[in-house]
Write a protein that binds this ligand. Structure first.
Ligand SMILES: Cc1cc2nc3c(=O)[nH]c(=O)nc-3n(C[C@H](O)[C@H](O)[C@H](O)COP(=O)(O)O)c2cc1C
Length: 205
């Protein structure tokens, strides 16, 4: 698939089938992740891949216990300060609730992690994210090109102590993104984005 087609149809997938994903496809997605740029090419990323159903259940239930009420609360705040949620927001909130509640059923969970290793003589936490997010975006686009759905989440923030304990993630490793991945139970794209000239400043701000 052409990379532009993959990017412009790579929407957040929040509805998944429960069928497993072949290890060869998971490997391909991880290969794409490790082709990303990083500060000084230090490649300061690690990927924790969870396919074990028991582990997924422990993680999924723990995250849902925090995220499902949070999404319901967010739906109320859209309805309060910002008026009624519009159709796009409503779909997103319904999807976010479904994703959180059924997380344990999604066959692959990828946690994109990183350690502070750059610059080598004085590592700075800020550079951890500079490695994690390009790798994460490569995962999203590569998965889309293979017909796999993903959703970039920060679920690690909802249940970090539990996640660290269940997966044995050391304290000096930052968790930057929590990506459920599987076969989508909903169509890809198109994306709702403002026109490109909204964001571009030619030859100065
Ligand atoms: C840093 C970050 C955190 C996100 N966290 C969540 C999340 O916790 N739950 C969720 O359902 N979507 C999450 N998203 C997905 C966004 O809501 C989504 O990308 C955005 O609404 C645009 O939708 P689209 O990708 O389908 O076009 C997150 C995205 C980013 C970049």
């Amino acid at each position: 698939m052409d990379v532009f087609e993959a990017m412009e149809t790579c929407r957040a997938i929040r509805y998944f089938k429960t069928e497993p994903v072949d290890q060869a496809l998971i490997d391909k997605v991880l290969y794409a992740a490790t082709r990303a740029p990083s500060p000084g090419n230090t490649q300061g990323w690690d990927f924790v891949v969870v396919t074990d159903p028991e582990l997924r259940t422990r993680l999924g239930k723990g995250i849902a216990a925090v995220m499902a009420p949070a999404v319901e609360q967010a739906a109320k705040s859209f309805g309060g300060a910002q008026g009624q949620p519009d159709a796009v927001q409503r779909r997103m909130l319904e999807g976010a609730l479904n994703l959180a509640q059924r997380l344990h059923e999604i066959p692959v969970h990828i946690l994109v992690c990183g350690k502070a290793i750059y610059p080598p003589d004085n590592p700075h936490e800020g550079f951890v994210w500079s490695a994690i997010y390009p790798a994460t975006q490569n995962i999203l686009v590569a998965a889309r090109s293979l017909g796999l759905g993903t959703c970039l989440t920060t679920y690690q923030m909802a249940a970090e102590p539990l996640i660290r304990e269940v997966l044995g993630i050391p304290d000096d490793v930052h968790i930057g993104a929590y990506l459920p991945m599987g076969w989508p139970d909903i169509g890809f794209g198109p994306l709702a984005r403002r026109p490109v000239d909204t964001f571009v400043h030619n030859n100065g701000w």
